[in-house]
Design a protein around this ligand. Structure first.
Ligand SMILES: *Cc1c(COP(=O)(O)O)cnc(C)c1O
Length: 353
């Protein structure tokens, strides 16, 4: 037995590490990244701007300018508090740190894996309520689970990853009303979705909304935000490590996020491509494409494993799911720009020919 084996908490030893596949020289369509980087014509100005960052100093601890930039970009009302995280993943973890031993985190299945993972890190209990056949919330089982399990924290991805749909709005309102738990609406895909719970924060003291800039073109900056009432954010802020948003992220985001027009144009391009891909893929016999409010599509296929292999051989990385999981016969593809989408489409067509 190695030192670490006998030293480490046994439940940590048993966790499977979050696996990121190697993507060298691959067309990356597995992680909902945006295809749009810093525009060529802005690169010099961008470099000039971030070159003024004082990397010898600690970052602005309260990140005031960045807070204002994000409030402006996402139209967050002045009366709400905003807590910044090193990616929204960090904020999901921060919320689990606010729970006590024995508390339970509830979410839905299938949904974002990080909710269960952080509950393990923090030695909390976890319960995933199964979604119905349309991947929507089964309100009865959700309310029953709330009654019997008494969750402390409920994560709801809206729209949901990996299914791509938005759950029934009124069902979520019922859930928020029925529980003492803090309910976290994770709106990572807000830019591609028709509705949001942001405005509901004024009505429910147990509601907070989580967002990120990862899915709108800035996954590399690692920046997420939690929006809630001032009182809620003020308390949760005590758990944030003092300088969690580094100087280069603050400077880069302040420069790049001010271009609201470009960001919304890019989202529009992705949504148009989503519609085009949805139609084209639906025409292929053997595929069932699910409606999406995100920048990805979930597709049911007959032979996921060999399709994934074939795409990989063609240099395309998409997401597959564990054997014997509910989504074993599904793949998830990020919607990219026209050229990349056409490459993917061509390969899938070839596979089924
Ligand atoms: C991608 C994703 C996140 C993680 O976002 P980061 O800000 O990159 O950590 C959170 N929630 C959901 C539902 C996601 O799909």
């Amino acid at each position: 037995m190695t030192f670490i084996d006998q030293w480490l908490r046994s439940d940590i030893r048993d966790i499977n590490a979050y696996h990121v596949p190697s993507s060298k020289n691959m067309l990356k369509m597995d992680a909902m990244e945006s295809p749009f980087g810093v525009p060529e014509e802005l690169k010099d100005e961008f470099l000039e701007y971030i070159s003024q960052a004082e990397v010898n100093r600690y970052p602005d601890a309260s990140a005031e300018e960045l807070q204002a930039t994000l409030r402006n970009l996402m139209e967050i009302p002045e009366e709400f508090g905003v807590l910044l995280g090193n990616g929204s993943d960090e904020l999901i973890q921060l919320l689990s740190l606010a729970c006590s031993g024995g508390d339970l985190i509830m979410s839905f299945e299938p949904s974002f894996v990080m909710y269960e993972l952080v509950s393990k890190f923090a030695q909390l209990n976890y319960h995933g309520v199964k979604l119905d056949d349309n991947f929507d919330i089964d309100l009865n089982s959700a309310l029953l689970a709330i009654k019997s399990k008494k969750p402390k924290l409920i994560f709801i991805a809206y729209p949901n990853n990996p299914t791509g749909n938005s759950f029934d709005y009124d069902a979520i309102i019922e859930i928020i009303k029925s529980t003492d738990a803090l309910v976290v609406l994770d709106e990572a895909y807000y830019a591609y979705s028709e509705r949001s719970f942001l405005k509901e924060i004024v009505h429910f003291s147990n509601l907070v909304v989580l967002r990120t800039i990862s899915k709108i073109g800035f996954a590399g900056l690692r920046l997420g935000l939690l929006v809630g009432s001032q009182e809620t954010i003020e308390q949760l802020n005590k758990l944030r490590l003092p300088y969690n948003i580094n100087t280069l992220t603050q400077a880069s985001a302040n420069f790049l996020l001010k271009d609201r027009q470009r960001i919304s144009n890019n989202a529009k391009i992705i949504m148009d491509e989503r519609a085009r891909l949805y139609d084209a893929l639906s025409l292929i016999r053997g595929l069932t494409v699910y409606p999406s409010q995100t920048n990805f599509l979930l597709i049911e296929v007959h032979n996921a494993k060999s399709l994934l292999e074939s795409l990989k051989d063609s240099g395309i990385l998409v997401k597959g799911f564990a054997i014997s999981s509910q989504l074993e016969n599904f793949i998830r593809i990020s919607v990219s720009e026209v050229k990349e989408n056409n490459v993917l489409l061509g390969c899938i067509k070839d596979f089924y020919d």
